[in-house]
Design a protein around this ligand. Structure first.
Ligand SMILES: [Zn+2]
Length: 173
């Protein structure tokens, strides 16, 4: 996939502008971290190319189209700033979390990241009352329990989702 396709398919999870630097996380076969100096154009990417790659291009495109958070220079780690911004726009946070969850289910060998993302997605669905996303959680849950049948966490995650289902039916009367 080239940079434009990565951007258009929503693989750029977030972009943070901090002073003259852009920081981003891009989901490809792995999650990659990008850093670009806007003044000099110098860039680094954690993919095997190391920079000047499709992830850098996708990040620039996202930035040019206004998809970025402004974070104070030298404040937090860029990822911490992105997460706190996403927390303030929980609908967007949910979208990003579901993308990461899908990716983790495809690639996570331990199940730990997927479980953390499932928990976060469940919290965000509850917070934003995005009940129409519950089937997405249920599908992910099913996939999770078939991939990691030994995890004791499975039952707890399932009961969290059942709580949401109850909540939805109460709210919908
Ligand atoms: Zn790259």
């Amino acid at each position: 996939m080239d940079g434009e396709a990565l951007y258009l398919s929503g693989r750029v999870l977030w972009v943070v502008k901090s002073g003259e630097e852009l920081h981003a996380k891009v989901l490809n076969d792995y999650p990659y971290y990008v850093r670009i100096n806007l003044k000099t154009g110098e860039n680094i990417c954690t993919c095997p190319s190391g920079g000047n790659c499709e992830h850098v291009k996708a990040t620039k495109l996202a930035y040019e189209r206004g998809f970025y958070f402004d974070c104070p220079d030298g404040g937090m780690f860029p990822e911490a700033c992105a997460l706190s911004m996403l927390n303030e726009v929980p609908e967007l946070g949910l979208e990003v979390t579901l993308k990461e969850l899908r990716h983790a289910l495809e690639t996570d060998e331990s199940g730990s990241t997927a479980a953390m993302l499932l928990l976060r997605a469940t919290d965000l669905v509850e917070r934003t009352k995005s009940w129409r996303k519950i089937p997405v959680l249920e599908d992910a849950m099913e996939e999770y329990s078939s991939l990691f049948p030994d995890y004791n966490l499975t039952e707890r995650l399932k009961s969290r989702i059942n709580l949401l289902l109850n909540k939805r039916s109460r709210e919908e009367g």
